[in-house]
Design a protein around this ligand. Structure first.
Ligand code: TYM
Length: 340
């Protein structure tokens, strides 16, 4: 059976981008067709300046939202990264396989470290080594597939390189995974800056729809989305990034509402709306409806924290048992003396 691993980082409230690019697909497709693990990757949230209390709250919220979005603990394993030591254990070995040059070439490292320096802050070493920990997350479970949004493609390529290099140098140990992406909404853009990805840790929230935004907030954000010159409602990401982003979001929402399939097609929606305003209104309605059941379920789960804790505890036990043999094998293969 195909093994799937993916994760979400609790550095901010989960966004529509996280949902359309990743989480919805995990819930609708991946957990049913594979042996799947989904993880709140909290150690990754420590790679930038962080407030301990906030990371803790966001980790709990992210786990609750994964369940609210439809991850079913009977179908898949949901857990928190720091509850399973194997991630950090394997990460060190992979640091001994990775080169600093390839780490410095990672786009996210370049962007985030530049932003940090602009603010006058220092760059944590863990920001540079982040993709190695991500490799450990995936390789520890011998995952074949990693369902992610577009922005993680480069990281998963690096994971593949590290797996191949380790296997060639020391003997076959790791499955070489591949990224899978949604057909639509693989990169949801910021509503105020449609040339940038909608990211959960951006400074201004005006262009970001959060999964827990109230319906009137969602409507306001979408109705105020930056649009492009001209009046034609056509899908043309290069020349009409704002409108194309809305079409992509609308197509993704329709895909879920009509069939549950991954099929929404933004190009097919070109020309359906006669004004930008009409497109915004339809998109706002669709997003509000898309989020409604997730928000409702989230509210119910918030009232039952013991249930969520139980899911995470059992998830961590299962995950540990799955990761241990591969990580132990990597320790032996690389030449470390096994404990007596
Ligand atoms: P993170 O927390 O930034 O995002 C979680 C998932 O959401 C996707 N995503 C988006 N998709 C479409 N449009 C967007 N605007 C958008 N923003 C985010 C991301 O591609 C991702 O799939 N490095 C990862 C976390 C991670 C991980 C892993 C993922 C750590 N270890 C192992 C997979 C496997 C990250 O920062 O995701």
């Amino acid at each position: 059976m195909t093994r799937v691993f993916s994760g979400v980082k609790p550095t901010g409230h989960l966004t529509l981008g996280n949902y359309l690019g990743a989480v919805r697909r995990w819930a609708q497709v991946d957990q049913y067709r594979s042996d799947a693990l989904f993880c709140v990757v909290d150690l990754h949230a420590l790679t930038v300046d962080h407030d301990p209390g906030r990371v803790l709250r966001l980790s709990r919220q992210a786990a609750t939202l994964l369940l609210a979005a439809g991850l079913d603990p009977e179908q898949c394993t949901v857990f928190v990264q720091s509850h399973v030591d194997e991630h950090a254990r394997l990460s060190y070995l992979l640091e001994c396989v990775a080169n600093d040059g390839e780490m410095r070439r990672m786009i996210q490292y370049k962007e985030k470290s530049a932003r940090e320096r602009e603010r006058g802050g220092s760059v944590r070493l863990s920001l540079l080594t982040y993709p190695v920990l991500m490799a450990a997350d995936i390789l520890a479970y011998a995952a074949d597939e990693v369902p992610v949004g577009d922005d993680q493609t480069q990281h998963v390529e690096l994971v593949r390189d590290l797996a191949v290099r380790f296997n060639q140098r020391y003997g076959h140990t790791f499955v070489v995974p591949r990224a899978t992406r949604p057909k639509v909404a693989a990169r949801v853009m910021d509503l105020q800056q449609p040339m940038s990805k909608m990211g959960k840790s951006h400074e201004s929230a005006a262009g970001i729809v959060y999964l827990l935004d109230e319906p009137d907030v969602v409507r306001k954000k979408i109705m105020r989305a930056v649009t492009d010159s001209g009046q034609e409602v056509v899908y043309d990401p290069e020349n009409k990034p704002g409108i194309s982003n809305l079409l992509e979001i609308l197509a993704a929402c329709e895909a879920v509402q009509n069939s549950g399939a991954q099929s929404g097609n933004p190009e097919a929606l070109s020309g359906v709306h006669t004004t930008y305003g009409a497109l915004k209104k339809d998109t706002a309605d669709a997003v509000v409806e898309l989020l409604r059941p997730v928000q409702q379920r989230h509210k119910e789960l918030m009232a039952d924290p013991a249930y969520v804790e139980g899911v995470l505890r059992r998830g961590a036990e299962k995950a540990r048992a799955m990761a241990r043999p591969t990580v132990d094998a990597a320790y032996r293969t690389i030449g470390l003396l096994p404990p007596a």
